[in-house]
Design a protein around this ligand. Sequence first.
Ligand code: HEM
Length: 424
Amino acid sequence: MACLSTTYSASTHSHHYHLHSSTRKPIASLSLLSSSPSITLSSLKCLRSSSSSFFSNQKLQRRSMSHTISVGRIAVVPTCFASNTDQLKSAKEDIKVLLKTTFCHPIMVRLGWHDAGTYNKNIEEWPQRGGANGSVRFEIELKHAANAGLVNALKLLQPIKEKYPGVTYADLFQLASATAVEEAGGPKIPMKYGRVDVSEPEQCPEEGRLPDAGPPTPASHLRDVFYRMGLSDKDIVALSGAHTLGRSRPERSGWGKPETKYTKDGPGAPGGQSWTIQWLQFDNSYFKDIKEKRDEDLLVLPTDAVLFEDPSFKEYAEKYAVEQETFFNDYAESHAKLSNAGAKFDPPEGLSIDDGSANGVPEKFVAAKYSSGKRELSAEMKKKIRAEYEGFGGSPDKPLQSNYFLNIIVVIGVLAILTYFFGN
Ligand code: HEM
């Protein structure tokens, strides 16, 4: 029944039901649902995602087809447009377990990036503009040369998708990517969710929107691709820092060595060439390592090397090589921007699954913290204290002389004696 209330009271904006006829209007009446007793309300709520899921998985596809509900003579295909917050939170926990057990952080980050990175800001219409809309799950897009190997990431996420059908693919990919960065020791990314999925392979972007690793002029190529996504030089450099994670495999992209001393034993599937020694640790070592280029076993693609050659890119790359905190702050901002690229959100402002404990969100009030004595006083409070000190000839900057107290005690003593005598 929890599902019932979420579907019909809280989220009228996010769950709509379409008629398979020329009339297209939302249906949200319980009597209509109860006319189909064989379908539980919870399964109904979640049908949107599975009905839009082709994902080259016949089982899923068949199951979703069978979920079409017949009401009278009209077939109703329930279509939910946005993710469910509770399911997003639970999916995040499952993703954490998946990361811990399979060490798939890098490929999840690459998956999220490749779904979002097709965005073209010059096209207004969704989904023609590309971006984070779940389209990379379709075989036609998975087969693009740039996406070689990403089928493995999809396979890992599929059980989570099946368990939480109320999470769209577009959200799941971005959730997996942001969680992977965070779990690998990277910054917390100010994410929002509620991305709407494309529903058919015809809605996939054409091949060629993602960057090449070895173009003739790497700097202008990177600018062509990332500016088209509405991103800047700073975003290009910060986001390239994601190569602090993972490896390149010649059998997939054609780049990198088959194995190195850092990758021959895994973890995860062994092999490939990493950009950094600790390629499951998110830090700024990517910038340090490509600057030095001293280790033959570490990869530097032409598009990595240019970050220290182009004058504008170099400014950021040099800074990130020495200031990890600056890199983390810029990365978090750029990653969030990328993950929103081209996405259509329902509700339009997106959904938050954060508890509000990080990244500039005000902390919850904790009484004990304010009684620790370490807290800085407000300017007004300092003024008040100063005035009180000065009222009796002291100063908060200088400790009071010990004989000052002695004098006060003597004065009080004298007054007491005088009162005693005059009182009598
Ligand atoms: C700047 C242009 C970029 C180029 C030319 C590029 C190119 C590549 C290539 C060739 C690989 C190796 C793939 C393989 O053989 O499996 C790779 C892997 C990877 N890329 Fe990029 N990339 C770029 C930007 C990005 C961005 C923006 C991100 C994320 C924000 C990213 C994240 C990753 C990750 C995490 C891997 C490792 C995947 C794994 O270990 O399975 N890349 N990239």
